[in-house]
Design a protein around this ligand. Structure first.
Ligand code: B1M
Length: 212
């Protein structure tokens, strides 16, 4: 367990290269990818998040921690993804307009790809029209919106309006997630599905694709 604490602490310090090495070492020591992700990387990111909230650290510290998180996730990527699975559907994924947070979205992508889904990742700050255009262009079954700010989560409602305007609301499903999103919010805006984490999002996306 000491190594998982070390990963968490080095991540908080923003020591990306050390985090990468420690994650590789933890894999060699036999820790599961899920355990390293949750008890090492996400644990450290959670502490940084609380410090950020309390003004104990600021944007630059959060950014270097985020970089360290991404370097660690890179090492885990092949282990989290279940190789060799045939694609079971195609989804469009992005962080909503005005929102630049992408760590959670990237994890969602990783887990979805691991389930064999083809993911069209539009990145961050994605406008409602871009989501809809991409879904039509790539003939995808689900639009997946990630939002991390209370000020941007409302934009998901605009994605639904854009889907209606383009005539695809009945043919394309919409899944929502991100820290401020709840099932109540999902129901209020009329989205099809809310999932609280990357693993459940991937499972739900497979089911939505199967059903469409
Ligand atoms: Co931001 N930030 N940030 N930030 N940041 C939060 C979100 C905040 C909660 C911090 C705080 O105050 N405690 C707060 C939002 C408050 C609010 O809205 N109520 C906040 C703020 C205020 C801001 C700025 C406005 C700060 C400023 O500039 N003054 C600014 C906004 C910039 C913008 O987007 N326009 C800002 C900037 C940044 C950084 C750039 C410094 C950096 C982002 C770097 C990056 O993403 N590349 C950053 C970070 C890292 C955070 C915190 C610390 C961590 C977020 C994160 O990556 N968590 C965050 C505090 C926190 O969450 N504790 C915070 C780890 C990640 C794995 O979790 O993204 O929740 P998460 O994803 C989970 C689930 O939510 C779910 O699966 C993931 C894994 O299981 N999930 C889905 C996510 N998307 C999903 C989609 C799905 C299903 C599940 O289906 C489609």
């Amino acid at each position: 367990m000491a190594i998982l604490n070390e990963i968490s602490e080095q991540l908080q310090e923003g020591k990306a290269k050390v985090v990468k090495q420690l994650v590789a070492q933890a894999v060699e020591e036999g820790f599961s990818a899920k355990q390293i992700l949750e008890e090492g990387l996400l644990h450290g990111m959670g502490i940084i998040g609380n410090k950020f909230k309390n003004n104990e650290v600021f944007v630059p510290e959060v950014l270097v921690a985020a970089r360290a998180m991404n370097m660690g996730v890179e090492v885990l990527k092949p282990l989290l993804a279940e190789a060799g699975i045939k694609a079971t559907g195609r989804v469009v994924l992005g962080t909503v307009q005005g929102d630049l947070h992408d760590i959670g979205k990237n994890l969602v992508r990783l887990m979805m790809e691991g389930k064999g889904l083809e993911v069209i990742d539009l990145g961050t700050d994605v406008s409602p029209e871009m989501f809809v255009q991409a879904a039509i262009e790539h003939n995808s079954q689900v639009i997946c919106c990630s939002a991390l700010l209370t000020t941007t989560m409302g934009s998901i409602k605009d994605v639904i309006s854009a889907m209606k305007a383009a005539g695809v609301r009945d043919t394309v499903k919409i899944m929502v997630g991100g820290a401020p999103i709840t099932q109540t919010f999902c129901d209020q805006i009329g989205a099809d599905c809310y999932m609280p984490d990357a693993t459940s999002a991937a499972l739900a996306a497979v089911e939505l694709c199967k059903a469409s």
